[in-house]
Design a binder for this molecule. Structure first.
Ligand SMILES: O=P(O)(O)O[C@@H]1C[C@H](O)[C@@H](CO)O1
Length: 294
């Protein structure tokens, strides 16, 4: 899908929404968290919560996917002011790529410095098991290969430069911190590091597609996150992202397995507590964007 870019999601619209939120929110957030499918429980870790349904936020898209509640939750996490998207937007919902990434620009305009993204993904790497958590170290932007990139259209220098670098998209210190915290919590056996590939969805991949993506170097496949990462990096925010491996991608013609959304949500629920613990401990160690207690 290649919708026309629109001024509806430009700087002025984002600024108006950010100002509206700051007027009504209890905190000015420094950390922005995006919950993947079935991972909305991450928002429950915020104390002194105030939430807004997406339908009441000016200019905001509406969530249409089961497992994405559609609420923006503000609160404190271990004393750090945070905002959490309990539900994200996907290309396959019919929104333009600019619209689905608009909340990330709103994060920026509210003062967010670090974005933590989570998603549910299919495991392509044969060593991965259902329930593994993959720290994303890099991505493959398949829709981008076909010209569908959230930065297409006129560049607005108030957000960032025309040609942003993506070879440093995923913050190395945050990745190190995740490994360290994961170790301390006894999560090392299910903590991996790998490459996430985004596709448009909503159909799950064919066997041939999974085999191809694996050969191209992808460890996990999903339908989100990368567009948000590109927009966050464009505007200079630090990015950390995690994939929960909710299912094994089917790579074998003799397999009876079939990818399905119910399994995705169920795995999310099963790993939810550990993900909350991992993310909240990481946030508690983030004393300042460039200052960690490793
Ligand atoms: O928002 P995420 O990427 O976690 O959602 C994944 C991709 C599809 O939206 C859905 C498929 O089950 O989960």
């Amino acid at each position: 899908m290649f919708p026309e870019s629109s001024t509806d999601y430009g700087y002025e619209a984002c600024k108006a929404t950010a100002d509206w939120l700051l007027e009504h929110a209890p905190v000015r957030p420094l950390v922005g968290i995006v919950c993947g499918s079935g991972l909305g429980g991450l928002a429950d870790m915020l104390k002194d919560q105030k939430f807004f349904s997406y339908s009441e936020i000016p200019n905001f898209p509406k969530s249409t996917v089961h497992g994405h509640a559609g609420r923006l939750v503000f609160g404190n996490l271990k004393g750090k002011p945070c905002v959490c998207m309990q539900g994200r937007f996907h290309l396959y919902e019919g929104y333009s790529i600019q619209k689905i990434t608009m909340p990330i620009r709103i994060f920026k305009l509210m003062g967010v410095e670090t974005v933590i993204l989570t998603n549910a993904a299919g495991g392509l790497n044969q060593d991965y098991k259902v329930g593994d958590v993959m720290i994303i170290k890099d991505h493959i932007n398949m829709p981008g290969f076909a010209g569908n990139n959230p930065l297409c259209g006129q560049n607005d220098d108030r957000f960032g430069i025309r040609f942003p670098c993506m070879s440093d998209a995923y913050d190395k210190e945050m990745m190190q911190l995740a490994q360290k915290v994961g170790n301390e919590l006894g999560y090392s056996h299910f903590l991996k590091e790998g490459v996430y590939c985004v596709l448009g969805g909503p159909s799950f991949e064919t066997i041939a597609e999974c085999r191809m993506l694996n050969r191209l170097g992808a460890d996990a496949v999903g339908m989100s996150t990368v567009h948000e990462v590109i927009v966050a990096r464009h505007s200079g925010m630090r990015v950390f992202a995690l994939s929960l491996i909710t299912n094994k991608a089917v790579m074998d013609y003799s397999s009876e397995e079939k990818a399905n959304h119910e399994e995705v949500l169920q795995t999310g629920e099963q790993r939810s507590q550990q993900l909350v613990k991992l993310v909240s401990t990481m946030v508690s160690r983030m004393t300042h964007p460039n200052d960690f207690k490793l």
